[in-house]
Design a protein around this ligand. Structure first.
Ligand code: ZN
Length: 250
């Protein structure tokens, strides 16, 4: 419970300090969460109204509240619900996954004060138990390399549109093809370099970055025009689900 509370708070603070956004709807929506959901539930998701966290089966997955970028990923589905309103299927669904991955890792990088060059750009690092041969559930730096395991299989993500996967499952490949824009984002951030504001809100973090030269694109302010007011459609219609091949998450 403490992990879910802290993770939601850190995500809230990241959005508030860096983008000026007040909670997922920009109108100070209270962030509710249910923890210990189900029995060894291997997932975490935003159900359109609140967060749901499973404890993981302990065999392949650890507790989902232990990983900040997973919490921020799921809460960003709430942000998308109130802003972009992506249909959660095919390419638009892959974009929803992409934006959640981006703001998930940026939240982590912000609190770890990492530069674009030093960050691992992994989504869900630490979720797998030691028996899984893998570092994370996705890699933005090198899509398709996050895991390769006898039970879970190999990471199926492409890094380029020429590898686009026309899947019928996984809501037509939303957790697969998000590797394409994820990698593009990584390349842009790595090219521009640097990092963003320090967690204490004092501006650019200490070190050479204090020259102001190295402010990261990774947390560049969201254009005002890209933040429409909250939608009025029923939450259930815009529900963002996060299931991956029935076992993995986010
Ligand atoms: Zn997701």
């Amino acid at each position: 419970m403490n992990e879910a509370y802290d993770g939601a708070g850190r995500t809230y603070d990241f959005y508030r300090r860096v983008y000026g956004r007040r909670s997922v709807d920009d109108h100070a929506l209270r962030l509710d969460a249910s923890v210990h959901y189900g029995d060894g539930f291997n997932n975490a998701h935003w159900n359109g109204r609140q967060m749901i966290y499973g404890d993981g089966d302990g065999k392949y997955f650890r507790r989902f509240t232990t990983v900040l970028d997973v919490i921020a990923h799921e809460l960003t589905h709430g942000v998308s619900q109130y802003s972009a309103g992506f249909a959660f299927s095919g390419q638009s669904g892959a974009l929803a996954e992409h934006f959640s991955d981006v703001f998930g890792v940026l939240t982590k990088q912000y609190w770890l004060r990492q530069t674009a060059a030093r960050a691992d750009w992994l989504v869900g690092a630490g979720l797998f138990t030691d028996r899984v041969n893998g570092d994370a559930i996705r890699s933005m730096k090198a899509p398709g390399t996050a895991y390769d395991d006898p039970i879970l299989g190999a990471d199926p993500q492409p890094a380029h549109m020429r590898g686009y996967v026309r899947a019928s499952g996984d809501d037509r490949g939303v957790h697969i093809n998000c590797g394409i824009p994820n990698h593009a984002f990584y390349l842009a951030a790595a090219s521009l370099g640097g990092r963003g504001k320090s967690p204490d809100g004092s501006g650019i973090a200490r070190s050479r970055a204090s020259s102001g030269r190295a402010r990261s694109s990774a947390i560049a302010p969201m254009p005002r025009g890209a933040r429409p007011e909250s939608c009025s459609a029923p939450a259930a219609r815009r529900r963002m689900r996060c299931a991956k091949r029935g076992t993995a998450s986010a």
